[in-house]
Ligand binder design. Sequence first.
Ligand code: PEP
Ligand code: MG
Length: 745
Amino acid sequence: MPERSESDSRKLLRRLRDVLSTPAKGQDRLDRITHIIADSMGTEVCSIYLFRDAETLELCATEGLKKEAVHKTRMKLGEGLVGRVARLGQPVNTANAPAEKGFRFMPETGEEIYSSFLGVPIQRVGEKLGVLVLQSKAARTYGDDDIDAIEVVAMVLAEMAELGAFGNDAGLALHRQPMLFRGTSGQEGAAEGRVWLHEPRVVVTNPVADDPLTEIDRIRDAVGVLRVSVDDLLAAESLDKDQKAVLEAYRMFAHSRGWLRRMEEDIQRGLSAEAAVEKEQSTARNRLEQVEDAYLRERLQDLDDLSNRLLRILTGQGRDTGADMPDNPVLVARNLGPAELLEYGRKLKGVVLEEGSVGSHAAVVARALSIPMVIHAKGITGEALNGNAILVDGDQGIVHLRAEETIARSFRDKIAMQAEAQKRYASLRDLPAVTTDGVKVELLMNAGLMADLPSMVGSGAEGVGLFRTELQFLIRNKMPQRAELASLYGRVLDAAKGRPVAFRTLDIGSDKVLPYMKPNDEPNPAMGWRAIRVGLDKPGVLRMQVQALIRAANGRPLHIMFPFVSEFGEFKAARSHVLREIHRERSLGHTTPSYIKIGAMLETPSLAYAPDDFFRLVDFISIGGNDLKQFFFAADRENERVRKRYDVLNVSFLSFLEHIVARCAPFGTKLSYCGEDAGRPVEALALAAIGLRVLSMRPASIGPVKALLRAADLSHTRAVIDEAKRAGSESVRGALGDYLAGLEI
Ligand code: PEP
Ligand code: MG
């Protein structure tokens, strides 16, 4: 076989481009293409197999095999040599196909007379579209030049497919089929809407280029711009160690000769600069799928990010493509920062992320805004297109993309039922949460953003039991100023209209790292230098925050509480900071609060055993059940594997909470519970039954919790719990379930 020259390759691509630019049906185009490729490559057979669905490949066009087999011959992913190419995302090249492991003979195609086989994947940026196959009678092994050339052809086919050149009739169901993604719930609730991609895919409209020299200039210029931008990023002073490591890896790739050389070679074979970048990116994505080593995966991910940057430089396409956001937008992104999510704000109907975690700040913001959210929806950014219909089930952590009508209909029923329930809860809004045996439970809300406050009226909350002040710090790029905070806290108090608001001082550290503060490398940050520990060791920020709160109160009552107090001494020290600031503010002539209540969050078991004097001195205690539970059970709240394993209805934990209630009782110390469990109706009822009279929760939970409390008898609930304990049950969930089944709620 003569060596294949680059100009042969370019000629072939040009012929393919002509097919694309001539109006024709999708099937006719595919037929022409197989003919041209076989002719140009000098082989008897050229076939194109495309995915019918995620698992099935179908012969869609062929030159050389029997025409009757077109749209009949199908194989599963991994089945036969074609299936193997598709699964591995790599070429299979053999002179004697029947002797190859996994070979499967398809009698209807008449392929038994062909010996050699070269199959290459048709893929675009990690998205598998099909397989391109050459076969010939002669036992011939294709050389590297042939393989390179045919891979370039496959890339052009992938771009053509993406541009819709083969239409539906060719059997390709690209971005059209219904897809289901199973992830994890980030925020409950259901939403129906249209996809809005945070980072829309770059559209390459010119996979083939006539003039390689111009294209090479373009890619060199673009890589030059990329290198400068990475170097600039690296020169920024505020980088932490991890950010620096990532950027160093970026720089390594950006300056890699091999990367640029491979792209230039593909351009010589006729690809445009953009298509050459995508081809390299596809290879990297493919490897990413097969690599298990975490370090290597990260590096390949870096290369992927870098390719995206390069494509944006080349095409001039930014995040803003000029497209209009659809009605009922559902944001789809790989990952998202809290500030970015806040910028979109309440106009979003739902959020779906490929990555993220339940405790991430984006999830915290989604919760604050009550936007249904699913995280860990693997592969969705590659599949979803702007404007696609999407259903988000935040309760189950499921996403339906382009759902069938029957699914959409049952989903709408679910939304309607939820709306119905909301209406019922709204009718309870102004009624107290009083149990049938006459016990009143105070229901407060958790908040952290100004945007939360309007929910106070709608939900019927009697105040804010936990205002997480760190959110204001997390969503900014620099430390907020005292005046800024004072004005914000003032507006929070205005919005509360005299209802109490318990401001929790900054709880940073652990998973909450401020972008503008140097992170500390700690082996176990959840048990590390966080919250009040930071506040006491470096009191500057604590004092500034307390001053802002005093000024915000401006003569009104003020409630301050400290997070993560583990011992009495810490509380005393933090409290004296507050008293000192009051004194200082007064001496500066500022108006001080009409009264001030200073509380502590009980989030570590140790505080439950603090001396009596602690319970005497502290004005109120709020149980931070999320943290308390993780330390009580030694089960990381961020770890999906163990997070849900133990719950608040566990008898040991309930007994521990009863102990806390008993410690507060003799001193009349006001006690509340503000962990997530307070917002779950059954859990809330159990908490009330063991003696908690104040529960603080997400505003959306107040209705359901109140409805159950108003229907239940607290002393009976207590008896059920006591009986389950006596019987030696591990959890009271079963016994409570039996009792609740008989109630009319
Ligand atoms: C808690 O730990 O229960 C709590 C309310 O605080 P956070 O979730 O902010 O740690
Ligand atoms: Mg906590």
